[in-house]
Design a protein around this ligand. Structure first.
Ligand SMILES: NC(=O)c1ccc[n+]([C@@H]2O[C@H](COP(=O)([O-])OP(=O)(O)OC[C@H]3O[C@@H](n4cnc5c(N)ncnc54)[C@H](O)[C@@H]3O)[C@@H](O)[C@H]2O)c1
Length: 366
């Protein structure tokens, strides 16, 4: 493991240097790995491992016909490498739960009988294990319980892998029954193409992940964008101008500079007028949002968020219900303005064709 200084705090991380792919391949040769669930994260981890020379089988409920068909399209063969959930769990020594988190509650009874001594139960999120009083997950002490949680959408986990770069993942071990839990965890972490792996515990992972996606990464991002767009529109700015000043300039220019070399680098590459304004207004936004983040953290810690997710995303029609709300977002003036804006990018068609040719598409394409 490598010791790295993260802003003054030294942390221990694992990279491909400390745990080479060859070591992961050799270790996993002795295991049968079943990926249960072929939604967004399942395909990414399955295909990356397969491309890395690691044998995987898929366990997918046939009732979810789109997911089953996608697995077939990706080259998994029914009866050979693609099975129903029970059969895949029976064959596996490592059972990788890549199901919709709320569905674990309904599927667990089909998995549990096959979690026999010496096997490993793997998650990519702390949800199923930390909230096991709600999800019903229960295994005996002679089963390993491990986690590798990629810090990115499955779509990016696959795209970055194909581009030759990784997505960072956290990892944790809740039960080491066999003495092999660390090797099982790290070899899968490297096998799925992680950039670097940093240690955590299941509780911290689920809390930070739920806060992050409700906060800056998704909920807050969409909310503050909408607020700025609405103020500009209310004051007579055109949709094109409001969208460009809110989203397009961020995604096409500024966030790329942040990615490249940090926030100060992005600021330094903007005008003095922009820098002055950003430095003056940043504390006001922090002050305004700090209580919202504190409340969000408390809602997650109290498990109210988990209960809400299980209630709303555990129903058979959860995808249709989510899609209804996504449609409202998609059809709002702001995001329609965005679609028009994207269609005018000179290389838009070329980019879409390249993604198609690589067989990479987001969940929306299903
Ligand atoms: N989406 C991501 O990119 C991402 C990123 C990091 C971690 N994760 C974690 O990975 C895991 C999988 O997430 P996902 O987004 O791929 O999930 P998803 O919502 O796409 O669902 C995955 C699978 O669950 C199956 N499923 C849903 N309801 C079912 C039911 N009642 N019975 C049987 N099967 C059912 C679906 O057929 C699908 O194969 C979760 O633990 C999630 O937190 C996801």
């Amino acid at each position: 493991m490598a010791k790295i200084n993260f802003g003054g705090v030294v942390e221990t991380v694992v990279t491909r240097k400390e745990y080479p792919l060859k070591k992961a391949q050799a270790f996993l040769k002795k295991e049968t790995i079943a990926i249960i669930g072929y939604g967004v994260q399942g395909p990414a981890q399955a295909l990356n491992m397969r491309d890395n020379g690691i044998n995987v089988i898929i366990g997918q409920d046939k009732k979810f016909a789109n997911d089953w068909k996608r697995a077939e399209k990706d080259g998994f063969k029914a009866g050979k490498t693609l099975f129903d959930i029970e059969e895949a769990c029976e064959k596996a020594s490592i059972v990788m739960i890549l199901l919709n988190d709320a569905a674990i509650k309904h599927v667990w009874a089909r998995i549990q009988p096959y979690m026999t001594p010496g096997k490993a139960l793997y998650f990519s999120h702390g949800f199923g294990w930390v909230y096991r009083k709600l999800t019903g997950v229960k295994v005996s002490a002679d089963v390993d319980v491990i986690m590798v949680a990629p810090k990115g959408s499955g779509t990016s986990v696959r795209r970055n892998f194909l581009a030759g770069v990784g997505i960072n993942s956290s990892f944790a071990i809740a039960q080491d029954a066999t003495g092999k839990a660390l090797d099982r965890t790290l070899s899968i972490g490297i096998g799925v193409g992680s950039g670097y792996l940093f240690p955590t515990c299941f509780e911290h992972e689920v809390t930070s992940d739920l806060v992050g996606e409700r906060g800056v990464l998704m909920g807050c991002l969409a909310g503050v964008m909408e607020a700025q767009y609405d103020v500009l529109r209310k004051n007579g700015h055109s949709p094109s101008e409001a969208f460009n000043e809110t989203v397009e300039e961020l995604t096409q220019s500024l966030i790329r500079l942040v990615d490249e070399n940090g926030m100060d680098w992005m600021y330094a590459n903007c005008s003095a007028t922009a820098q002055r304004g950003a430095l003056d207004w940043k504390p006001r936004f922090k002050k305004a949002t700090l209580p919202v983040f504190a409340k969000l953290y408390e809602e997650v810690k109290s498990q109210r968020e988990a209960k809400h997710v299980i209630k709303t995303c555990g129903t058979p029609d959860y995808k249709a219900n989510l899609e209804k709300e996504l449609k409202v977002l998609r059809e709002s003036e702001m995001w329609q303005a965005g679609a028009a804006c994207r269609s005018l990018r000179p290389n838009e068609k070329a980019k879409a064709n390249a993604a198609k040719a690589k067989g990479v598409s987001g969940r929306g394409a299903n």
